[in-house]
Design a protein around this ligand. Structure first.
Ligand SMILES: Nc1ncnc2c1ncn2[C@@H]1O[C@H](COP(=O)(O)OP(=O)(O)O)[C@@H](O)[C@H]1O
Ligand SMILES: [Mg+2]
Length: 469
């Protein structure tokens, strides 16, 4: 029962109701007993006073023990208590119990002593004479303001204790009924409360087995409802991530397989067939190109993993943008010019320093310029510009190349996405360049986007926050 949360919840309900019922019972029984005893004492004291008045007349002419005992017996019958009359000297001079009574013996009781001093004595005790609990009351017998004796009453409390026993019995039955009702209700409630937790556990178990498509019905907004909601979000994310990872691994293997197969075929041909030196040279050139592509691919993949988890990969510092742009421009110019392009670098005067990562900025600009050169087939114009706008530095790379079809534009920053796979591969591309650029720019706190018209050209923009902090 205690092993499950449901069992513990049901047991808690039972423990609470049991404690409450026991406390109420103790309190009620005590109250009832006090009330009855106070009520009985009042009746007995009144009866005692009445008897005292009656007896005082008979005591005046000396004490006739037989007469007093007869009167006591009569009175006792009417009030249901034993009546004893005690003289001033403490001797019993009248007793309603004739046979075996205390007539002629002293009655040295605390209550009697108190009554002889003018007060009212009262006690509740077990009487070995009548073998039951009794209430004993002693009141003074007064004659012309002086005390001439005591009336002692002993009332059996059997009736009261019978009522208390009955009350105890009813309370016990009520407690048992309450325990059964609360037990059943508690079990139902506990089941109702814990059902979502069980569902969550089952779903988590399924996920642990690799079955990631789990969704729990959320029908409450309480803590458990919110937990179920978070679980659903987590399951969905995990599912997406796994799918993403799977397709990424598929893409990587595919990208690796193509150059590796080419290299393997070329090497086999070189080994197995004799061919003129010129052709051999061509084959070796192809092998060199494919290996370069492989190295580039592995480097790009490494960049992606570093961007994911290596915090030192992006180390921010004060960057002099002007110097950086001029440096990258000069490094790329010979390559651009070799293909007949003109490469211009235009920087807005007074461009401030930025708090960024010089190495990563260079990487982004190299990638964009590399694309601009690669995807501009005819001799064209390539521009690298930087200007400040709305608290940001905007850097743009403009080309007059083949442009990007509008259908491809939304996907251009996705990993391995290429407008024309064959062409990109021939040009040594991996399809990872722009996705790396996007991740770097976003990690540096900026945005990257593109405007392009097919056969006219493209403009790639990215921003860097201008603040030096
Ligand atoms: N300046 C550009 N002009 C035309 N197409 C471009 C340009 N830059 C990128 N692209 C297209 O976007 C694709 C993705 O670019 P990128 O991620 O750098 O891959 P890669 O350069 O390895 O092919 C390219 O394959 C190409 O089709
Ligand atoms: Mg590229």
């Amino acid at each position: 029962m205690f092993k499950t949360f449901r069992g513990r919840l049901t047991f808690s309900f039972l423990a609470v109701i049991l404690t409450v019922m026991v406390l109420i019972s103790i309190f009620l029984l005590n109250l009832l007993e006090q009330y009855y005893l106070a009520y009985q004492k009042e009746i007995l004291v009144n009866s005692g006073n009445l008897a005292a008045e009656l007896f005082s007349g008979y005591l005046r002419g000396g004490s006739d023990l037989v007469l007093l005992s007869g009167l006591a017996e009569n009175f006792s019958r009417q009030i249901g208590a034993r009546v004893i009359v005690v003289s001033k000297s403490g001797m019993v001079i009248g007793d309603s119990v004739r046979v075996g009574g205390r007539l002629g013996t002293p009655l040295e009781r605390e209550e009697v002593l108190k009554a002889l001093e003018g007060g009212t004595g009262c006690s509740v005790q077990y009487s070995s004479f009548s073998e039951q609990w009794v209430m004993q009351v002693a009141v003074p017998l007064k004659e012309a303001e002086s005390i001439s004796g005591v009336v002692f009453l002993s009332y059996p409390l059997k009736g009261i204790y019978r009522i208390l026993t009955e009350a105890r019995y009813y309370l016990l039955i009520m407690t048992l009924v309450a325990v059964v009702v609360v037990g059943v209700l508690g079990a139902i409630l506990a089941r109702y409360f814990t059902r979502p937790i069980e569902e969550l556990t089952l779903a988590a178990q399924e996920m642990a087995k690799g079955n990631l498509q789990q969704k729990i019905k959320v029908d409450s907004r309480d803590e458990i409802g919110r937990m179920a909601q978070q679980f659903n979000i987590m399951a969905e994310r995990l599912n997406k991530m796994t799918k993403h990872l799977r397709s990424f691994a598929e893409n990587v293997s595919h990208e690796l397989r193509t150059p590796l197969t080419s290299v393997s075929l070329l090497v086999k041909s070189l080994r197995e067939y004799s061919m003129p030196a010129e052709q051999q040279h061509e084959f070796l050139k192809d092998i060199d190109k494919e290996t370069d592509r492989l190295v580039q691919l592995v480097e790009d993949l490494l960049d992606l993993t570093r961007l994911d988890k290596d915090e030192t990969y992006i180390r921010k510092e004060k960057v002099d943008l002007k110097r950086l742009l001029v440096e990258v421009g000069s490094k790329m110019r010979p390559r651009a010019e070799r293909q007949g392009h003109e490469l211009k670098v235009e920087i807005e005067p007074g461009l401030s320093q930025v708090w960024s990562s010089a190495e990563r900025l260079k990487q982004v600009i190299y990638n964009l310029l590399d694309n601009a050169i690669k995807y501009t087939p005819e001799p064209g114009k390539i521009e690298l510009c930087a200007y400040s706008q709305d608290g940001e530095v905007v850097i743009k790379v403009v080309d007059t190349g083949r442009g990007i079809p509008s259908a491809d534009l939304p996907h251009i920053f996705e990993r391995f996405y290429r407008v024309n796979k064959g062409r990109s591969r021939d040009l040594g591309g991996t399809g990872l360049g722009l996705s790396i650029c996007k991740e770097i720019v976003e990690a540096l706190g900026g945005k990257i986007w593109v405007e392009s018209v097919e056969k006219v050209g493209s403009i790639f923009y990215f921003t860097i926050p201008e603040t030096l902090s």
